[in-house]
Design a protein around this ligand. Structure first.
Ligand code: AMP
Length: 416
């Protein structure tokens, strides 16, 4: 069956893998990036998880490896750096699936912290052609002489903004000093704050700039709702919404691991199958929670932002921001977990009196305006003082006392 991947002239084994995955045509980021990546150019790609960016860098890397002699013990020719262990596992899996039919087995090794280092050292004994790693664990292994980075020909930074956000700047600097200066760089980032731009300016050589619209704009099929609710009533409201709508699977975002644990306990008491998911759980536990969620053994996962990026959970109809995200970028990432692969998604944010100003800021950054709903039985009793934002507010103008009274009156009328 011909596919529109054909013009890239990828190795037949890769085309076969694409057919098995039923990827009939390249996504926009793949369409733009693959030809340049194949020709050895540096790329600076603005793309988010959900855009298909993993295959956009994995296919050219695998294609190159397929057409060259692999050494024994294996030399690491491609290094992919990612911010979290979940993303490391996910990206590693994509490489393995796409490379599955290659005639000479390509050794792909995934390395991340939070688990014992010894099995990873053992796995590296025969070398690895492709390494997908989080920076800290990679350096630990370098320091133990478990691997060498001196043959790397392609470096991928996946979610570069997140890597820097998570405080990996020094580790990145060190890793960059360990790999050959002459190499291909493929940098992907959802956002381009000055730190990412600086990194790109320093390390990329005449990069091809590729911009793919953020997921939130692409994913026209995410309905966004905001619900006004008194902060202490949020768990009850969540429970009510889950039961009333019979949602089969819900990802709930909270601000702290403590909240994740507490809310999961409360939901379980209400006979809703829920588990927390946060960075202080063991790796085994997190893997188990995700597997249970994906296999529909769990209805609700209550997660901190650790789960916001990079996770690919097919058929996730609803995301709830129980606590609002810290930034507009995090908002995009959180709601991007739903409405994937052409399915319809629903993203609900709970807004309380103490978070309304923050919610207004998130909306302003996103250049969006979502009307605030109230759910019957959960009407807020706390007064919403800064009500002017209900009507969009006036940029650059602080509401006067009169404005506030007028807006409060209007709000009361529209929410009898
Ligand atoms: P990513 O942004 O790499 O995490 O990919 C997001 C989702 O898109 C994953 O579920 C991929 O399996 C899927 N995907 C990637 N490329 C394609 C394609 N060409 N056609 C259909 N689905 C794809």
């Amino acid at each position: 069956m011909p596919t529109s991947f054909d013009p890239f002239c990828l190795h037949p084994a890769l085309l076969k893998a694409l057919q098995n995955k039923a990827y009939a045509q390249p996504t926009p980021i793949q369409q733009s990036a693959i030809p340049y990546a194949l020709s050895g150019k540096d790329i600076l790609g603005s793309a988010q998880t959900g855009s298909g960016k993993t295959a956009a860098f994995a296919l050219p890397i695998l294609h190159r490896l397929a057409s060259q002699t692999l050494f024994s013990p294996r030399r690491t020719l491609a290094l992919v750096l990612v911010p979290t262990r979940e993303l490391a596992m996910q990206v590693g899996e994509v490489f393995k699936t796409l490379g599955h039919h290659l005639p000479q087995a390509v050794q792909i090794t995934t390395l991340f912290g939070g688990v014992s280092i010894n099995p990873q050292m053992m796995r590296l004994r025969g070398g690895a052609d492709i390494i997908v790693a989080t920076p800290g664990r990679l350096l630990d292994l370098v320091d133990r002489n478990a691997l060498s980075l001196s043959f790397v020909e392609t470096l991928v930074l996946d979610e570069a903004d997140r890597l820097l956000d998570m405080g990996f700047a020094l580790e990145l600097e060190r890793i960059l000093s360990l790999i050959p200066a002459k190499r291909q760089n493929l940098f992907f980032s959802a956002t381009f704050p000055s730190a990412v731009q600086e990194l790109a300016n320093t390390f990329l050589h005449e990069p091809i700039r590729i911009d793919v619209q953020p997921e939130i704009e692409n994913a026209a099929d995410i309905t966004q709702r905001a619900i006004l609710v008194d902060s202490p009533n949020r768990t009850q409201l969540l429970r009510h919404l889950i039961e009333q709508n019979k949602w089969p699977r819900v990802l709930v975002f909270v601000a702290t691991k403590h909240a994740a644990e507490m809310i999961a306990v409360k939901l379980r008491k209400a006979r809703i199958n829920a588990e927390p998911f946060h960075g202080e759980q063991s790796q085994g536990k997190r893997v188990q929670v995700l597997a249970d969620f994906k296999a529909s053994r769990l209805t609700v996962v209550v997660a901190t932002d650790v789960a916001a990026r990079g996770l690919d959970i097919a058929q996730l109809p609803v995301v709830v921001n129980f606590d609002l995200p810290r930034s507009a970028v995090d908002y995009t990432h959180r709601i991007g977990r739903t409405g994937r692969a052409g399915e319809h998604g629903l993203a609900i944010s709970f807004v309380s009196q103490d978070t309304q100003v923050h919610w207004r800021l998130i909306q302003k950054r996103q250049d969006m305006h979502i009307a605030l709903d109230v759910v019957t039985g959960f009407e807020p009793t706390q007064e919403f003082i800064e009500v002017s934002f209900v009507n969009g507010g006036i940029k650059g103008k602080r509401p006067s006392k009169k404005d506030k009274l007028r807006a409060a009156e209007q709000y009361r009328k529209s929410n009898p």
